[in-house]
Design a protein around this ligand. Structure first.
Ligand SMILES: [Zn+2]
Length: 217
């Protein structure tokens, strides 16, 4: 079906002589894996009053990221698109099988310190895979800058993290911690679709900027 679509679009482009960029609107651009953290029995961070589960915010935000990346023409693969438990090893396998060019994992934070707040993003610092490490860091910078621009949140910076999904994947990979479920002010923001939308637009902008300006460096 996808091949038919590509043939159809190619024909349409040839007929119209439109710029190549519009071919990207079909979602035939580079493959990006969007990984919504947790799911199913694994609820992730939780808080009461108002009640909040990390797994839910991850999925809602990841779906919005997909929406904006789709609009920009990327081919998006989700590691989950329902409230299902997906083992970390399976998430990595999905990315490898999709031959993805980037992997972006969406999580939210929690701390015993209730005042801890803000947004941080992790990449894996591999001594063996220097190119992947530097690409991951550039992607992390690009995404964090644009998420902060949209949300006006406090920056906790770009950090090195030894986390399974960003360590075991083979393409540039980052893990976003988009705010603290344990912080009442952050949590109130995170529960609103408007705020999730700001995060998602920032992530999509960051991915797009990476492909347009940073990838080849
Ligand atoms: Zn998490």
């Amino acid at each position: 079906m996808r091949y038919l679509l590509i043939i159809f679009l190619s024909a349409a482009l040839w007929a119209d002589n439109r710029p190549i960029a519009s071919a990207l609107n079909s979602g035939t651009g580079p493959t990006v894996v969007v990984d919504a953290g947790h799911g199913g029995n694994d609820q992730g961070a939780k808080a009461k009053n108002p009640y909040c589960e990390e797994k839910r915010i991850c999925l809602q935000t990841a779906r919005l990221v997909k929406k904006y990346l789709d609009q920009l023409g990327y081919h998006v693969v989700m590691t989950r698109n329902s409230d299902a438990f997906v083992p970390l090893s399976r998430r990595v396998e999905i990315a490898k099988q999709a031959d993805a060019e980037l992997f972006v994992s969406i999580h939210f934070n929690s701390s015993r310190v209730p005042t801890a707040s803000g947004i941080e993003i992790f990449f894996y610092d591999s001594k063996q895979e220097k190119r992947r490490t530097s690409a991951s860091k550039r992607l992390a910078d690009s995404i964090l800058t644009r998420v902060l621009r949209r949300t006006q949140a406090h920056s906790r910076g770009v950090k090195k993290g030894n986390l399974y999904v960003i360590r075991e994947t083979t393409m540039p990979a980052v893990l976003l911690e988009g705010g603290f479920i344990s912080n009442p002010a952050d949590r109130a923001n995170l529960k609103s679709v408007e705020y999730q939308d700001k995060i998602a637009r920032g992530v999509a902008d960051g991915v797009d900027y990476y492909f347009r300006k940073l990838k080849g460096r």
